[in-house]
Design a protein around this ligand. Structure first.
Ligand code: A2P
Length: 295
């Protein structure tokens, strides 16, 4: 990858610009609009949002206001846990499109799997949701479909039922928490791995170990993290609300991390893990993170 417009290619042939702009925890309102506009101005062509982030309207507004043709911007959103099931999933896609005020989404992801702890019928519930994804994909409302926070067992559960395989799995991935088994499994399956919190939500940026490696390349730790994901074949989604950081996080194409440093980063002790895992943060807890009128 040599620029923000170089792409990963999904299993259905759809191209995805190799660094996405993350919007998790970006406040609603003008901050969200301005930060997405700053990202598009800095050359990002891939914006990642979710119904649960509550900033889909701002993302759509910035996409339209940017002056960049819609077809040049890759827009991802995600299905929230309260919309599980075939019919509710179809309604959720329509709700996200209304929020975004867009005709289609480039990628739509299941935000969290239903897990055994939440329901003994977890596989069937995930399959029923996925049938809604397949319907909307076949209807052309979404150019590609995938999952998020899925582990191997959840993907294999889906394989028992699906006719269209997921094209993406978006998981927490950053130096200090790489879930390499899951990454390798997905890559073997032809599923593109995307990294949420590629900077460890900011926590890994203070690591002296990473700072020493970044200094060798004359780069910031944030840039090292973004580059690390790319060199693992993982698509990073760094988030910031500051224009200078937004530009900095995309300035990652003028250096290569050596094999030795890649290995050292992969081998570093756990750092910056969010604590969010599907089995430990099941649907009911996650639903509780939203205001009661949304949960
Ligand atoms: P802010 O939005 O105030 O810039 P992640 O993408 O891993 O979730 O990390 C996002 C966090 O990292 C946010 O708190 C963001 O803060 C911060 N951040 C993003 N880019 C940089 C950067 N280049 N330098 C320092 N902090 C950054």
């Amino acid at each position: 990858m040599n620029s923000l417009t170089d792409c990963f290619v999904l299993s259905n042939g759809v191209k995805v610009p190799c660094v996405g702009f993350g919007t998790w925890q970006t406040p609603t309102g003008d901050v969200a609009v301005q930060s997405v506009l700053a990202a598009l101005k800095a050359g990002y062509r891939h914006i990642d949002t979710a119904w649960g982030y509550e900033n889909e309207p701002e993302v759509g507004e910035a996409v339209r206001a940017s002056g960049v043709p819609r077809e040049e911007i890759f827009v991802t959103s995600k299905h929230w846990v309260i919309s599980r099931g075939y019919q509710k999933t179809i309604e959720a896609v329509e709700a996200s499109l209304r929020n975004l005020k867009l005709d289609y989404m480039d990628l739509y992801l299941v935000h969290w799997p239903c897990v055994a702890k939440s329901s003994p019928q977890w596989k069937e519930i995930n399959a029923d949701t996925w049938r809604g994804f397949e319907r909307m994909y076949k209807d052309g409302k979404i150019r590609a479909i995938g999952v998020s926070n899925y582990q191997k067992k959840h993907i294999e559960g889906l394989y028992e039922y699906c006719t269209v395989k997921p094209m993406v799995n978006q998981i927490e991935f950053h130096p200090g928490y790489t879930q390499m088994d899951n990454v390798r499994y997905c890559q073997e399956q032809g599923i593109l791995v995307e990294a949420w919190s590629p900077l460890g939500n900011g926590t890994v940026l203070k690591s002296p170990f990473l700072a020493a490696i970044a200094a060798k390349y004359g780069k910031s730790v944030a840039q090292l993290c973004v580059r690390f994901a790319l060199q693992c074949g993982v698509l990073p989604l760094p988030k910031s609300v500051h224009a200078d950081r937004i530009a900095q996080n995309a300035d990652v194409f003028d250096f290569t991390i050596s094999d030795e440093d890649m290995q050292a980063i992969q081998d570093m002790p756990r750092l910056g893990f969010s604590g969010y895992m599907p089995e430990d943060a099941p649907a009911d807890i996650l639903a509780g993170l939203l205001p009661p009128d949304k949960a």
